[in-house]
Design a protein around this ligand. Structure first.
Ligand SMILES: *Cc1c(COP(=O)(O)O)cnc(C)c1O
Length: 374
């Protein structure tokens, strides 16, 4: 199938040349070949995370590094910022791993402001030692103001901030060092446009000091092991070597594009999508709208509110019949929204193609409902 028809907000479409890079012999992971592979992509990975710290690569999906944050970074109580499904996942992980945690919940589709975080940390008086936040909440398309949230956290001694950047790193500005974050994670299959199966993360020195205080950190996801292996360009356990070949190839492509250019491309695709939603509402006279409020919209994924009478799954099915893939809403938003992942290696031309198909599909469904959606 030709590239440019697959717009899930993860996994995203992978360029054929990146897939082809995986077809190379397996190598031993304790030898020079592996060291060369990892040291070769090290500068590009640090540029991606905007950090001087090493970037760890784990053979797991992104959730593995979410679990790492929970099990390695708190010895007291965790505050999980929840405004969608992935924010809630941090809290579920904490519960499953037996780590005390509370949520600071906002309505799905709204961001967490620095003010509400400060209010909670003030009233909690030293109760929390870790805050978790999702930068780009893939279930709602909300982009949280992570730089500002991190600045609030820095005002409280002893509190760390762990950021899920799964649909932001590689698609939206994220600055590990400049924003003074403690843990930032992503997965291979979202804005990086790689096959699923790898997770990437950076940790601050503060985070490592914290991990030293926690004996039961987990074995597979032990932050101190990742750090110990990093200077020698080694992995903790047997890595999915062929996925690392794909990562190497994609990091070359990202370096060639330039990370800021990549951010700009995503921004442009997002703005076009938001403008399309406004046009659609005008043209059909129906209540289509972008779920996330202006100023807090992710450049990588847009959730579109549908008018009564249209459902996410039926639009997705009709688009699929025309050869295009997008997603219905996530979880409780499944019937009432669709989600377009304008993310990874897609271009404006490809985005125009799926938006044109959605125009057709939606016009037909609206006509079907006999000329109106009242
Ligand atoms: C997809 C996603 C995850 C989970 O990633 P897996 O790789 O499936 O473990 C976590 N957070 C966000 C924001 C995501 O979009």
């Amino acid at each position: 199938m030709e590239f440019g028809r697959f717009f899930l907000p993860g996994p995203t479409e992978v360029r054929p040349e990146v897939l082809a890079a995986m077809v190379r012999p397996v190598i031993g992971h304790r030898g020079k070949d592996m060291e060369h592979l990892l040291s070769g992509m090290d500068p590009a990975l640090r540029r991606l995370f905007r950090t001087e710290r090493p970037v760890y690569v784990s053979t797991s999906s992104a959730t593995g590094f979410m679990e790492t944050a929970i099990t390695n970074l708190s010895r007291r109580r965790i505050l999980c910022l929840v405004g969608g499904a992935f924010g809630a996942r941090f809290h579920e992980i904490a519960e499953r791993c037996g780590r005390p945690a509370d949520t600071l919940a906002v309505e799905w589709g709204t961001p967490h402001t620095p003010a509400i975080l400060r209010e909670r940390l003030d009233s909690a008086r030293g109760r929390y030692d870790l805050v978790t936040v999702v930068h780009s909440e893939t279930s709602t398309g909300v982009l949280n103001p992570v730089a500002d949230l991190a600045a609030v956290v820095r005002d409280y001694d002893d509190v760390l901030i762990a950021v899920d950047g799964v649909t932001s790193v590689g698609g939206a500005p994220v600055e590990f060092d400049a924003w003074d974050l403690d843990f930032l994670l992503t997965g291979s299959q979202k804005a990086l446009a790689l096959p699923p199966g790898l997770a990437l993360a950076a940790a601050s020195v503060r985070a490592l000091r914290r991990a030293e205080e926690i004996p039961a950190r987990s074995y597979y996801f032990d932050l101190l092991e990742f750090e110990r292996r990093a200077p020698g360009f080694q992995t903790t356990n047997t890595p999915a070597v062929n996925l690392f070949y794909a990562l190497e190839s994609q990091m070359e492509r990202i370096t060639h594009e330039g990370i800021e250019n990549r951010w700009d491309r995503h921004r442009e695709m997002a703005e076009r999508t938001w403008a399309w939603v406004v046009d659609l509402a005008d043209r059909t006279g129906s209540d289509f709208s972008v779920l996330a409020p202006e100023g807090y919209r992710s450049p990588t994924v847009t959730a579109v509110n549908l008018p009564d009478g249209l459902s996410g799954p039926e639009i997705v099915a009709a688009a699929r019949a025309r050869g295009f893939t997008l997603a219905p809403g996530y979880g409780k938003l499944k019937p009432s929204t669709i989600r377009i992942g304008h993310m990874g290696d897609h271009t404006m031309a490809e985005l125009e193609a799926i938006l044109a198909v959605l125009d057709e599909v939606i016009d037909e469904l609206v006509d079907d409902r006999m000329g109106g959606l009242e």
